[in-house]
Design a protein around this ligand. Structure first.
Ligand code: MN3
Length: 201
């Protein structure tokens, strides 16, 4: 069983003007697709990996044979991380978080405004390529974290429920070097109902 790139739930231009159609086309159709292909190449012929989900593999990188561990970490991470990113974005979204996740964010960070400040800071201070995350830790508590490259929170025992890609390929076509503008725009396309579902599976 190979890892499948899930179909986008919306059109490339659905997140305009916040995330532009050209960026979506290249990001989903080229960058993400390539991670998925390279991930499948890495696990090909290794039935102990092929039978697991991408999330399961990333949750236990130590169990991955050493000859493909780096390829799995980078490309499996790229495959799974982007799947979450597309999943928690959507048109006619943004605003205040709804459902259980709204009060949970207020409890964990003081308020939604304080959460935004801290989450933006995580995205801004990730030096070079990487991600900012809202995760659920082993105690069920919410945390903000960041990772370099395509490292997944799953590999340190945390479940990601909100993903912000801060690789330049996520924003350079529209925003060039202006990462803060991209992050501010990102809040307008967060599908909080989906984040809430991931928080309360
Ligand atoms: Mn990306």
């Amino acid at each position: 069983m190979s890892y499948q790139q899930a179909a986008l739930k919306y059109a490339y231009d659905a997140l305009e003007p916040f995330i532009d159609a050209k960026t979506m086309e290249v990001h989903y159709g080229k960058h993400h697709k390539t991670y998925v292909e390279r991930f499948n190449t890495a696990i090909a012929g290794k039935p102990e990996l092929e039978k697991k989900s991408g999330e399961e593999i990333l949750s236990n990188l130590e169990a991955v044979p050493e000859d493909v561990r780096a390829a799995v970490r980078n490309n499996g991470g790229g495959a799974v991380n982007h799947s979450l990113y597309w999943d928690i974005l959507g048109p006619k979204s943004g605003g205040e978080p709804q459902g259980m996740i709204g009060p949970a964010i207020a409890t964990a960070f003081g308020s939604f405004a304080e959460f935004k400040t801290k989450f933006t800071e995580a995205g801004m201070t990730q030096f070079g390529s990487g991600w900012a995350w809202l995760v659920v830790n082993k105690d069920g508590k919410l945390e903000i974290m960041k990772t370099a490259n395509q490292d997944s929170p799953l590999s340190v025992g945390k479940k990601p429920i909100l993903a912000l890609d801060v690789w330049e390929h996520a924003y350079y076509l529209k925003y060039q070097n202006r990462r803060p503008e991209y992050i501010e725009a990102f809040y307008n396309v967060i599908n909080w109902r989906r984040v809430d579902e991931l928080y309360c599976p």
